[in-house]
Design a protein around this ligand. Sequence first.
Ligand code: FAD
Length: 442
Amino acid sequence: MSKKKEKRIIILGGGPAGIGAAYRLKELGHENWKLYEKENFLGGLSASFNDDKGFIWDTGGHIYFSKNDIFNKVFKKIQGKNYFEKERHQFIFWGKNTLIPYPFQNNIRHLPANELIKCLKDLADVKFLNPKNFLEFNLASFGAGITEYFMGPYNEKVWAHPLKKISFSWIGNRVSRIDLGKILENVILKKDEKNWGPNFNFKYPKKGGSGDFWQRFKPILKDNIIFGSEFKKIDLKKKKIYFVDGKISDYDFLISSLPLDFFIKNSNASQDSKMAAKNLIHNSGFVLGLGIKGNQPLELKNKIAFYLPQRNILFQRMIIFKNFTPHIAPKGHWSLIFEASFSKYKKLNKDRLVENALYFVKKMGWVKSKKGIVSKNLRRFEYFYPVPTLDRDKNLNKIQKELGKKNIHSIGRFGAWKYEKGNMDHGFVMGVEAVNSILNLK
Ligand SMILES: Cc1cc2nc3c(=O)[nH]c(=O)nc-3n(C[C@H](O)[C@H](O)[C@H](O)COP(=O)(O)OP(=O)(O)OC[C@H]3O[C@@H](n4cnc5c(N)ncnc54)[C@H](O)[C@@H]3O)c2cc1C
């Protein structure tokens, strides 16, 4: 088909979702498309960065663990053999000498006796039959003890929102469900369940961090990508997109992976959609990387992450990054990544955050003095997690219905605004599916 007769498809955002759409168009030989990205690199939240000390940093630890055939096929084709396969050995940090294998609820046998007894008693005494929010879901599923010691404080840190304001419709297989019988069995038989979860086995690029995979698309797609182009606003009636630098682009179909609330705010969508978009809630986050001189302590061998439910530790999760691949830090060094969410409910001061992480690594005996830290990489992300509030789906349906009628597919972590579909592979596949739908393909 001549380029003129082809539908003109515009993609906004060059993260995994935008790349999924672009790659599918390329694969199909469709030529009439452009991708606009405000940065000068691909990958969005999943990109990796080199610092001037030779460390590589991800936005947290971004691992590949897809069950989707479309994604896995493309991963194999693009990444070849340039990745490691790993097991995700993660722990809940309970103190310097107590690590509880993840998930907490399956492995409470490691708790001190009093806490263990409370968890067991409370689980036997569960009251909520029909939970209405995420807090009640935790109380109903795990009892007050497990909720008090881990599920409550950890999730309050991750979401940075009161758990009463969050639904539990997103859970699926993301939280291990367990009953009293199973827990008792694990306690009595001293059994650990360490390999639970959809992401126990994962893949990670050998070199270049998580973003290595996404950068590999640049030579394939580059002729249709316009870097450094920041979306400003859209006229949904005239089908025109306006960019900050003055460019204007027309489209027949638009695939947007920009945050949905921002996109709608800068459009002439209906008042109904504008109201709904105002009620979409997200948190923000800091990611701190510490590059450390010397050898990684032996006690961290083969460990991938620590979950940190303690209120006096400002981070929710610490990633032992060198265990993903030795090429992530320069020779004779190792590195840690700390993740911390924040919001109007949970304010964070970035200087205190760095002090807090330094205090933690010193207290653990992993560095002797601040001089051992040769790199500090602190980055702030306005959009970190789309929060699954109680009215999220009602608001999303309203907006997506209007956009659908106007030939717009809003996809990806913040375009579709669904945490349960918020991983890299989900975004990529949404991009593929949007193109299939536009071109009436399977
Ligand atoms: C702490 C953390 C850990 C995570 N860990 C994992 C993991 O282990 N495994 C996993 O699969 N997923 C993980 N994720 C999720 C992963 O980051 C996302 O799934 C993925 O990056 C989303 O892709 P996307 O394309 O939807 O959005 P993004 O990656 O956010 O990409 C959006 C793109 O749009 C661009 N953009 C934004 N505004 C504009 C504008 N105005 N104009 C033009 N361009 C614009 C951005 O620059 C960006 O490139 C994690 C996320 C976080 C926050």
